[in-house]
Design a protein around this ligand. Structure first.
Ligand SMILES: C[S@@+](CC[C@H](N)C(=O)[O-])C[C@H]1O[C@@H](n2cnc3c(N)ncnc32)[C@H](O)[C@@H]1O
Length: 271
């Protein structure tokens, strides 16, 4: 049984999940460098059972299942994400709130690509993930560094604020993509919740997609997609022209290049 405490996030991600599902192939290409980071980590030693937290449409869960042969479980709070994940098979997908769901102490590796920054109570969540991990099992996730180091995301937020000036501004201290951007706070959080051998390394990658997929990507994901979704139909053409212009600096010929500044965080459960 799952009691859901992150109801605002569940509602937000259920709405966002339709766009993620529609654009899952584009997301797969864009975020592939971070999938590779987690697959590489998973292959470092034999794994029996792996949990992918905030698995979304499940690309990382499936890639680790294929690369390691381990039994892989993806957990996500949003049914709309999981519906897309389940279409591909190769892993088990569970709809649950990872902050509170009782998984049992069964995973020798817990991973996440950008799925662990949205908890109302991060200490409860990382404590719960520790209780789901076997003695000596490992945690490995990637998370965004500061907003200022990620200009593509900053541009998207600025454009969305211009397009929808009345939309409520996100709480900079609440759950969100940059909530684990401060490495000292993340180290403290993990150590307070019982994790050991904490490592936090910079990971810088350039994510690329074809230029033709830039507007489909922005129309389906992130704050711009929300502004477009809520705008009157007749305004959308003008808005898309403005959106495209704002991202000119990321376009190089027929390719979009996005510098992505992230942390790779690793830890282990006590023996
Ligand atoms: C930025 S998306 C990342 C999706 C996926 N990991 C990927 O890289 O494609 C964040 C995901 O975390 C999920 N999520 C947010 N809060 C959650 C929670 N409390 N428990 C489980 N999943 C959660 C969202 O539904 C969403 O699918």
């Amino acid at each position: 049984m799952t009691s859901e405490v992150n109801s605002a996030q569940a509602a937000w991600w259920n709405a966002a999940g339709q766009g993620w599902a529609q654009a899952q192939d584009i997301v797969g290409v864009m975020l592939r460098p971070f999938q590779d980071v987690l697959v590489e980590a998973a292959r470092q030693r034999p794994r029996t059972k792996v949990l992918d937290v905030g698995c979304g449409t499940g690309a990382v869960t499936r890639a680790i299942a294929e690369a390691t042969g381990a039994a892989c479980v993806g957990v996500d709070i949003a049914e709309s994400m999981l519906a897309a994940a389940r279409e591909h098979g190769k892993a088990e997908f569970v709809r649950a709130d990872a902050q509170v769901h009782s998984f049992g102490r069964s995973f020798d590796l817990v991973v996440s690509r950008f799925g662990v920054m949205f908890f109302d109570d991060p200490a409860a969540a990382f404590g719960n993930l520790l209780r789901s991990t076997t003695a000596g099992g490992e945690l490995c996730f990637v998370t965004w560094r500061d907003r200022a180091e990620n200009p593509f995301m900053t541009t998207a937020s600025e454009v969305a604020a211009r397009l929808a000036p009345d939309a409520p501004a996100p709480d900079p201290n609440g759950p969100g993509p940059h909530s684990l951007a401060d490495p000292d706070q993340t180290r403290d959080l993990l150590s307070r919740t019982g994790w050991e051998n904490i490592g936090i390394e910079r990971v810088d990658r350039t994510c690329t997609i074809p230029e033709s997929l830039l507007l489909p990507y922005l129309s389906n994901l992130g704050p711009i997609s929300r502004a477009l979704r809520e705008a009157p139909e007749e305004d959308r053409g003008r808005m898309l022209t403005e959106v495209r212009g704002a991202f000119d600096g990321f376009v190089h010929g027929d390719e979009v290049r996005v510098p992505a500044a992230c942390w790779q965080v690793t830890a282990s459960a006590p023996l």
